[in-house]
Design a protein around this ligand. Structure first.
Ligand SMILES: Nc1ncnc2c1ncn2[C@@H]1O[C@H](COP(=O)(O)OP(=O)(O)OP(=O)(O)O)[C@@H](O)[C@H]1O
Length: 252
């Protein structure tokens, strides 16, 4: 079953400071994502990878095209099975979808001042109604799996290193077990050992219930986790290939 259909997606940026010129982020990009699939997005710097993820999460309003999402048909206004067009739905629906089924993480942690790491990770679970101690227990389990030293679990992420923050960030994205998980370079600051722990965890979490679209720069990570690879070039879709046919030459 298809979870996400990206159809003719475009995003242009109006650059008023540059005399109203336009910058193309995405140009007529189409592909499908199947339920439980792990799709890696690659391409050279500036090819549109982050713009694609931000359009899927609706941080950016797409300029054209459709993003039909079937992971929350029960929230759709129309007939069940029609899906929800993430490119067109209103902000209220976007917020409801994010709360219920869509997770996103960039490589940078959005810090919440004076909230310990374990509570940052437990927070999405608490928002789903999970009791505090169960949520904190699940958070500790995730932080432990990602090798975050126990001494840091009750500390504030503001003082953490880049790699430590990235582990909190990834744990926070995984904790609510979203239906669709969007990852923008979630392992870029990790050392090889911690990266392996992150790969193991991602492989365990992703499957029938969670579908992933993720930007990765590391070929070994892509080969370890991805089912198929979307290659972008200058905002356009160059090809979509099974990971076995991916030669790693365009990991920007
Ligand atoms: N908010 C924005 N305002 C203006 N232009 C933008 C904005 N976001 C992206 N762009 C432009 O869109 C194009 C694609 O950028 P994007 O960040 O999606 O590329 P990327 O493949 O993720 O690059 P990188 O690997 O360097 O992170 C670039 O030319 C970029 O300058």
């Amino acid at each position: 079953m298809t979870v996400l259909s990206v159809e003719g997606l475009s995003k242009t940026f109006d650059m008023h400071v540059l005399g109203d010129t336009q910058v193309v982020g995405l140009d007529d990009v189409s592909f499908d994502v199947r339920e439980g699939e792990f799709l890696a997005v690659v391409g050279e710097s500036g090819s549109g990878k982050s713009s694609l993820l931000k359009c899927l999460y609706r941080t950016y309003d797409p300029t054209g095209g459709r993003i039909v999402y079937h992971g929350a048909d029960e929230l759709a206004d129309g007939d069940a099975g029609d899906g929800i067009d993430l490119a067109a739905c209103d902000d209220r629906e976007v917020i409801a979808l994010r709360d219920a089924t869509i997770g996103y993480t960039s490589q940078f942690l959005d810090e919440i001042p004076r909230v310990p790491a374990v509570d940052v990770v437990a927070r999405p679970l608490r928002e789903q109604g999970v009791p505090a101690e169960d949520a904190r227990g699940e958070a500790r389990e995730l932080l432990s799996r990602l090798d975050l030293p126990e001494a840091l679990w009750e500390a504030y992420p503001a003082t953490f290193s880049g790699g430590e923050r990235q582990r909190v960030n990834l744990a926070q994205a995984l904790s609510p077990r979203p239906t669709l998980l969007l990852l923008d370079e979630p392992t870029s600051a990790l050392d090889p050992e911690t990266r392996q722990a992150a790969i193991d965890l991602l492989r365990e979490y992703v499957g029938e219930d969670t579908t992933v679209v993720g930007v990765f720069h590391n070929t070994a990570v892509i080969e370890a986790v991805a089912d198929r690879v979307v290659v972008l070039d200058d905002g356009k879709l160059q090809r979509v290939v099974p990971v076995a046919d991916f030669e790693g030459e365009v990991v920007g």
